[in-house]
Ligand binder design. Structure first.
Ligand code: SF4
Length: 471
């Protein structure tokens, strides 16, 4: 997928004009966050589990080489193979080579953000291998040739009518006048289409939510069971995961799984939680003959030990997206690449480089809600601020914003002058509002007033009130 992260501002403007998208995002922000709250309230130890999960991942990141090597040797012990990919191109080549060796024509895929990150679908297609997404949301967006717009709900930006139109356009073997206005009807049709693909597939490609070092297993969570069909039916299973997915033990994996689904959808646990350990054994009834794990770095080792180290604790639950007012207004596509919301705005500069993702660290009000819901307690606002500092230091921001910051810094160092200027500014804004309570436009605040009124200042300034109270 070609990144359009540099066009974030333009993308966001377009998204704000899309009424379908706004309606879909409204539903999202009134759904998952409340379910998360209810699930957390039902589990007295939820906050303690968040602490434990954070500590597990923090420990893994301090000892990542050890746990990855342990994971590798356990996979090999069980008859599987591990491949190391330093970047997306290497990962694509490894996967393609395995598919070619398996003589694959069709590859079924279960949802994987790493698959999106390395743009595996385009690479397979370009080399004569047909990838088929099997997660319902991913299947829909694959038909529409769109990227996912959410970590766990890739087609959240679409209405049911849009999905029905897509099915009518792409599934030509069904009667043109068939009813498709109920979720059940859409589901049945997708199921019919996908069942034949599951049976035809030569290779199954999945992600991995966790890599368990002590057993060499991967853990996978889905709500549709598609990952299980993807990895069980074909002769070859490839799992692709980024290196920070390692955890030491099965016990650690279950601790993290207990916060993952609750934070994501408010479920106690996803409908399917699957642990895969190596290829089929002689007395197994089914399973693949070949089991490969591709471990992707793609910039992660550079983040280790850096100011953005803690971002590697992310378990891709999506809670920060669901609660972010910016994501809630513009959706995922505006961010311009695979990831979105607060986690995307921190992670993507680390992977693509700050030059390519200039506006993203500013796509936040820094309200702190993302950090308060993150099961891994990742300090997202602090890291967004660090990216902003780097932007400023490397002169990647506009001349206007640097001048404004310089002016503000000059005033902030002179409290007397600061108060005098603020007093004048407040008076000016009140005069401009003329008793209406809000301003329709204001010099230097056009970005705000273009889409909403700015409330006029009321009462005394903060410093005046503070002075009064101290007396
Ligand atoms: S940053 Fe935290 S809340 Fe956001 S997806 Fe990652 S783990 Fe979930």
């Amino acid at each position: 997928m070609e990144a359009t992260t540099r066009q974030f501002t333009g993308n966001a403007r377009q998204a704000l004009k899309n009424d379908n998208l706004r309606a879909a995002l409204d539903k999202l922000s009134h759904g998952f966050p409340y379910k998360r709250l209810e699930a957390a309230a039902r589990l007295p130890e939820f906050e303690a589990l968040r602490d434990q999960s954070r500590d597990i991942k923090a420990h893994v990141l301090e000892n990542l080489d050890f746990y990855l090597q342990q994971f590798e040797s356990k996979v090999i012990e069980q008859g599987g193979q591990v491949h190391w990919a330093k970047d997306a191109a290497e990962a694509r080549d490894i996967i393609l080579a395995i598919c070619q060796e398996a003589g694959a024509e069709t590859v079924t895929k279960s949802k994987s953000m790493i698959g999106e990150e390395i743009a595996i679908n385009g690479h397979l297609e370009a080399n004569g291998v047909r990838p088929v997404e099997t997660d319902l949301g991913e299947y829909i967006i694959q038909l529409r040739k769109e990227p996912p717009s959410h970590l766990i709900a890739p087609a959240i930006h679409l209405s049911m009518d849009q999905v029905a139109d897509t099915f009518k356009d792409k599934h030509r073997e069904f009667a043109a006048d068939r009813p498709l206005d109920q979720p059940r009807e859409l589901l049945e049709e997708a199921r019919t289409m996908l069942r034949r693909e599951f049976l035809a597939a030569d290779v199954g490609l999945t992600g991995a939510n966790l890599l368990i070092a002590e057993t060499g297993s991967i853990a996978l969570v889905t709500n549709e069971g598609n990952a299980d069909l993807t990895l069980t039916l074909p002769n070859t299973h490839i799992a692709i995961a980024s290196i920070e997915k390692a955890v030491p033990t099965l016990e650690d994996a279950t601790t993290i799984l207990r916060v993952l689904a609750r934070s994501a959808t408010g479920q106690e646990l996803s409908v399917y939680t699957t642990f895969v350990s190596g290829p089929k054994r002689p007395d197994d009834m089914d399973g693949p003959e070949n089991f490969h794990v591709v471990l992707l770095d793609n910039g992660r080792t550079q983040m280790l030990g850096s100011e953005f180290h803690d971002m590697l604790r992310c378990i891709r639950c999506g809670a920060c997206l669901n609660s972010c007012p910016v994501y809630g207004a513009i959706g995922g596509h505006a961010y311009g690449w695979v990831y979105s919301g607060p986690m995307g705005s921190v992670l993507m500069p680390g992977i693509l480089g700050l030059e390519q993702t200039g506006d993203l660290p500013n796509a936040s009000t820094l309200c702190g809600t993302c950090e308060s819901v993150c099961p891994m307690r990742i300090p997202l606002p602090a890291m967004l601020r660090r990216w902003r500092e780097q932007q400023h230091a490397r002169r990647l921001t506009s001349t206007k914003s640097r001048m404004m910051l310089k002016l503000w810094a000059m005033l902030a160092r002179r409290p007397g002058l600061y108060r005098a200027v603020m007093g004048l500014g407040v008076g000016f804004m009140r005069a401009l509002a003329g008793g209406r309570g809000s301003l329709k436009s204001l010099p230097f605040a056009g970005g705000w007033t273009a889409v909403r009124d700015l409330p006029a200042p009321e009462g005394k300034t903060f410093t005046a009130l503070w002075k009064e109270r101290r007396k």
